[in-house]
Design a protein around this ligand. Structure first.
Ligand SMILES: NC(=O)c1ccc[n+]([C@@H]2O[C@H](COP(=O)([O-])OP(=O)(O)OC[C@H]3O[C@@H](n4cnc5c(N)ncnc54)[C@H](O)[C@@H]3O)[C@@H](O)[C@H]2O)c1
Ligand SMILES: O=c1ccn([C@@H]2O[C@H](COP(=O)(O)OP(=O)(O)O[C@H]3OC[C@@H](O)[C@H](O)[C@H]3O)[C@@H](O)[C@H]2O)c(=O)[nH]1
Length: 346
């Protein structure tokens, strides 16, 4: 049955989806829903695993190369009978019998995805090709965590899914921005050519507990700096905007997309938009009023504005974020205090 694409026109595949394992049709079928999460040892992935494991009908397999993720994020599941953790790089083929694939494997922090740009684009292109080949072979439904970066430095604001973007094809961010755009292209080509069941989430900036403390992203940087009494490093011009979604809202959106009947792409993010100076002032107010704010140089091609139009997510998934930034930041502060060993001043 042709799924609907989020921009309205039918993306009717030329073939029906490949049949799942015959086992799933047997009336005595006892096995669980077998779910693969690539990049499941990462920030969003490990929270997704926590949520999926709450359902006793789910078996979860995580593959991860630990480039930016950590086994520590999954320690509570290691040894659990419905959980498996495999060290695997998605740029190499993988064969596991699964029913759903959440494909999150890709470094998300700009510092990390710029560290080895060729590897980043290989992960996005070859990694996604390998996961689509697996989906075709075993008849699995596959969800790609794409990104707001596919809009580049957007000329339309807020960004709807119908916006084709404004992306530099040869810049220092292109390994990620164009890599994710190619991944989306591959997803739709496998859908149209082979009938694969696809889901595409365009994730906007997400924050919360378990972010790497020094992964260089703005929310983790500001909170770690405030807790360490270091100046908050606002990258110029400071008036650039982002919209921040708390990780539990993000995970809820991803699961609704996977379980729904729409291919996407669908924006998943919080439309609450702030400048980086406003974010710094909020972190200073909530965490450490004595901390300084200092302007520092930015990096090339940094988008000037970003805010999701989440009309599709509301209408097609019945989803919208619940956590406001001022309520989410203290939860992240608590996590960072624990991990940094910095107690709250009385
Ligand atoms: N966090 C955000 O704000 C955000 C925004 C937009 C999109 N996304 C996307 O969501 C996904 C998860 O992001 P995150 O914030 O959890 O990042 P993260 O870096 O914490 O997680 C990525 C995980 O993928 C693993 N990985 C990277 N390359 C791999 C490879 N070649 N093979 C196997 N594993 C590999 C890493 O070790 C890590 O565990 C990514 O696809 C990212 O592009 C995140
Ligand atoms: O210390 C810092 C870090 C970052 N910034 C600024 O904060 C803004 C956000 O930067 P981040 O590095 O947190 O994140 P980005 O918005 O560049 O990318 C983020 O959103 C898109 C996702 O696909 C990426 O995975 C995610 O990292 C940028 O304008 C950056 O210049 C600071 O002002 N200070």
């Amino acid at each position: 049955m042709a799924a609907n694409s989020s921009n309205g026109e039918q993306q009717t595949p030329s073939k029906p989806p490949p049949l799942p394992s015959p086992l799933r049709f047997s009336k005595f079928f006892q096995s669980n829903m077998r779910i693969l999460v690539t990049g499941g040892a990462g920030f969003i992935g490990s929270h997704l695993v926590d949520k999926l494991m709450e359902n006793e009908k789910n078996e979860v397999i995580v593959v991860d190369n630990y480039f930016t993720g950590s086994k520590d994020n999954l320690r509570k599941w290691i040894g659990h009978p419905r959980f498996e953790l495999i060290r695997h790089d998605v740029t190499e083929p993988l064969l596991v019998e699964v029913d759903q694939i959440y494909h999150l494997a890709c470094p998300a922090s700009p510092i990390f995805y710029k560290h080895n740009p060729v590897k980043t684009i290989k992960t996005n292109v070859i990694g996604t090709l390998n996961m689509l080949g697996l989906a075709k072979r075993v008849g699995a439904r596959i969800l790609l965590t794409s990104t707001s970066e596919v809009y580049g430095d957007p000329l339309i604001h807020p960004q709807p899914e119908t916006y084709w973007g404004n992306v530099n094809p040869i810049g220092v961010r292109s390994c990620y921005d164009e890599g994710k755009r190619v991944a989306e292209t591959l997803m739709f080509d496998y859908h149209r050519q082979h009938g694969i069941e696809i889901r595409i989430a365009r994730i906007f900036n997400t924050y919360g507990p378990r972010m790497n403390i020094d992964d260089g992203r703005v929310v983790s940087n500001f909170i770690a700096q405030a807790l360490r009494g270091e100046p908050l490093t606002v990258q110029k011009p400071g008036t650039q905007t982002r919209s921040f979604c708390f990780v539990s809202d993000m995970v809820d959106g991803l699961i609704r997309l996977m379980e729904g009947e729409n291919t996407g792409p669908i924006n998943i993010g919080n439309p609450g938009e702030f400048t980086m100076l406003e974010l710094a002032e909020t972190v200073k107010e909530l965490i450490n009023p004595k901390v300084e704010i200092k302007m520092v140089e930015n990096t090339p091609d940094d988008p000037r504005q970003r805010k999701p139009d989440i009309t599709k997510a509301k209408e097609l998934l019945g989803w919208e974020p619940k956590m406001k930034l001022r309520d989410g930041l203290p939860l992240m502060e608590e996590d960072f205090r624990l991990r940094l060993g910095v107690s709250k001043e009385k």
